[in-house]
Each structure stands twice: as C-alpha cells, then as structure tokens.
Design a protein around this ligand. Sequence first.
Ligand code: ZN
Length: 66
Amino acid sequence: MAKPTPADDVIREQCTTCEKTRPHDVTIELLTESGKDTNRKFSREPYHIAECRNCGTTTKLRLNNA
Ligand SMILES: [Zn+2]
C-alpha cells in the first residue's frame, strides 16, 4: 500500500465534491476488468487513484485508454 505523502510533497488535484483543488493521496493500482474486451476474459489495467484528504472522495482515472 501507499505510504503517507509528506506534507511538503502533497499532490493537489481538483476534487469534484469539494469543487476546489485539494490535497490528494495518489496511488497507481492495477485493477482487474472483465466483460468489456472480447479478446480477453480479464485484463488488468493501471488506474490513477486519487483520494481527497478533505472529503474522502476517490477518483479513478484509467491510464491506459487504448
Ligand atoms: Zn474533496
């Protein structure tokens, strides 16, 4: 799991819930997807996951959009 981000090295991203730029805990995770691809039953895709430190909203952004 991700280690806590030092306070002076915080990642700030736009939070749709806060509607402001907030500090986020950002990790990259491989999530298993199923059903969408016809050539593969399951695929593991990298996701950029950001959790707002203010409200706890988690935003997932798929990195591989091919
Ligand atoms: Zn937020």
